[in-house]
Design a protein. Structure first.
Length: 585
């Protein structure tokens, strides 16, 4: 009942403002007439009060004074109150001269007196709570350190009421030593001293920080036994606060993301996305919607996944197609009917252990499905074809990676005619259905021990949104035949990831258990077969060295693979670097 809300704040200040307006006007009359107001001037008092009060309330509202939290009223708001009063009184004077008959027996000098009294009364009332809080050290709220000053940090001060901000730090040298809401901004290097001296309990990050800086801050806070770490973001002029997550720590934010290039590539195009209901496919679908696609053809074999993504796309025309990429004749009808300009092929079986148990299906879905989509794209003169590949295709130790490597070889060596065919290779994406993070979260929530296959296993990670944006950017710059590689940063040890998730969750009595590498799994992934690659105009995207494979021979080898009695041997024949790992302990 007593928890502050915007609506309660509005009614509270309206009530007291009206009382203060009445008080200042009455006092102004008394001061004007030495506390002996003639009766002829009393008759107009209520009319003048109603006009001035209404004008001041409207003006204060337009300057958003009623949106400001009481305890964070600042000099900036004081200036707005001054401007609001000047405008309100100027309008009242205009009304007075336009309709003088409404204000017979009105002393104009009262306006000047009332203006100054109103500024003093309203300003003092607004700042009173902040003065009280600063005087008594507000012991009811957690002492909080803000990290980072951004354009919306001041808004954060005004809108939240659950934290006592006692210190601010930033890495911008130009603002260190300045003040924000009467709190001096210190350097990031002062965190340890501030936490100890101010008895900090909570830390809120209000600025987007580079991954290495954020991880350094997290490690330092962890050493100082600060576990209540939050991130504040701005959306729709409101601040949202959430707990720091492992996704925040692993996130990479490419500095050379060219959204205008992506928009030019996607805008007003008909885009067909296979595997549209999967983790990658659904995010690419949403990105294409955001970048102004004319129409989206959402193709997936899973009824449930297809339904889920169809409910998330609202601002572009969609066609929902429930098809299997291995059914070439059926797929061809879709191309014939909708004639896509761009095809993004995300459909694939990607779960390494499951693929090891279902080799025949993986070959059919991953290799034949990709071959079908590429061949039909060429047949119907699709302008651009983008194959979603994986770092597991590099020196593969499992069937899944090997099938994706064959898809890359086919994409590079097929006769493309009028279609520009490119592949994009990257590592694990945060938030995907096959990621270890959802698995670890589930184990922590259930109070189970976290299972890691090996203490030295590492993986590359990237946010799914950023990975998909870079996929579209790579597609935009591709001319055909390239395998683009996304910069995934440094590989992350999975055991370190598990330890961070445990620390962030504050879970107790949960241990990390090592279960041994699974069939087909290797300790580390690679993005390049060798060190030779070509640069692009964007540092986040490079190009792998092309691999020649006679297209006629490749077609023959794929046909033989389908009927081979020893598919693993045939896979190794096509991909000589395939080193199948059956059981590594």
């Amino acid at each position: 009942m007593f928890k502050p809300t915007n609506q309660k704040r509005l009614f509270f200040f309206l009530f007291f403002d009206l009382l203060l307006f009445l008080s200042t006007l009455f006092l102004a009359y008394n001061l004007r007439f030495n506390f002996q107001i003639p009766e002829e001037f009393i008759g107009n008092f209520l009319r003048v009060y109603m006009y001035i009060s209404l004008l001041k309330i409207i003006s204060l509202y337009l300057f958003k004074i009623y949106n400001v939290s009481w305890r964070f009223f600042s000099l900036s708001e004081m200036k707005k109150i001054l401007y609001a009063h000047i405008i309100a009184y100027a309008i009242f004077v205009s009304i007075y001269y336009i309709f003088p008959s409404h204000f017979i027996a009105f002393p104009r000098s009262v306006l000047i007196i009332d203006l100054f009294l109103s500024l003093i009364f309203i300003g003092t009332f607004r700042i009173s709570k902040r003065l009280l809080l600063e005087g008594e050290n507000d012991k009811t709220l957690n002492k909080t350190l803000l990290i980072g000053v951004s354009p919306f940090t001041q808004l954060f001060f005004k809108q939240q009421n659950d934290f006592y901000i006692s210190a601010i730090v930033d890495n911008n040298k130009t603002i260190i030593g300045t003040y924000l809401s009467n709190i001096m901004i210190n350097s990031l290097t002062d965190i340890e001293k501030i936490v100890k001296d101010d008895f900090i309990q909570t830390v809120i990050i209000t600025k987007e920080l580079e991954g290495d800086i954020l991880n350094e801050i997290y490690s330092k806070l962890h050493q100082l036994n600060i576990y209540d770490i939050k991130v504040a973001t701005l959306s729709d002029t409101k601040t949202t606060i959430k707990n720091l997550s492992v996704e925040d720590l692993l996130a990479r934010h490419p500095k050379d993301l060219d959204k205008s290039l992506i928009s030019t590539f996607i805008k007003d195009k008909t885009v067909l996305i296979t595997g549209a209901g999967g983790s990658i496919g659904s995010e690419i679908s949403k990105q294409c919607e955001m970048f102004g696609a004319f129409k989206l053809i959402l193709l997936d074999h899973s009824e449930y996944n297809l339904y889920q993504i169809s409910q998330k796309i609202e601002d572009v025309e969609i066609v929902v197609v429930m098809q299997d990429v291995t059914d070439k004749d059926f797929i061809e009808k879709t191309f014939q009917k909708y004639k896509p300009d761009i095809v993004i092929h995300a459909a694939a079986y990607k779960h390494v252990p499951l693929v090891e148990e279902n080799i025949e299906e993986a070959i059919k879905n991953n290799i034949i499905g990709t071959k079908n989509i590429i061949d039909i794209s060429i047949q119907y003169e699709v302008k651009k074809f983008i194959l979603i590949s994986t770092d597991k295709a590099v020196r593969p130790t499992n069937v899944m990676g090997t099938t994706k490597r064959i898809c890359e070889l086919y994409a590079q060596n097929v006769h493309p005619q009028k279609t520009e065919i490119v592949a994009v290779r990257f590592g694990n994406v945060l938030g995907s259905s096959g990621s270890v993070i959802p698995k670890f979260k589930s184990q922590i929530e259930k109070g189970e021990d976290i299972t890691v296959t090996h203490p030295d296993i590492t993986r590359y990670f990237m946010l799914i949104e950023e990975a998909c944006e870079l996929v579209l950017q790579a597609g935009a710059i591709g001319k055909g035949g390239e395998i683009f590689i996304l910069d995934m940063g440094e590989a992350v040890k999975i055991v370190d990831l598990a330890q961070k998730m445990l620390a962030l969750s504050s879970a107790k009595n949960i241990k990390i258990k090592f279960t041994g590498l699974r069939k087909g799994e290797k300790l580390y992934e690679e993005l390049l077969i060798d060190d030779t690659d070509m640069k692009t105009a964007y540092g986040s995207i490079t190009v792998a060295k092309p691999t020649f494979y006679d297209w006629i021979c490749l077609n023959r080898d794929i046909e033989e693979l389908l009927v081979s009695s020893n598919r693993l041997e045939k896979l190794k024949e096509i991909v000589p670097e395939f080193n199948h790992q059956l059981n590594l302990k």
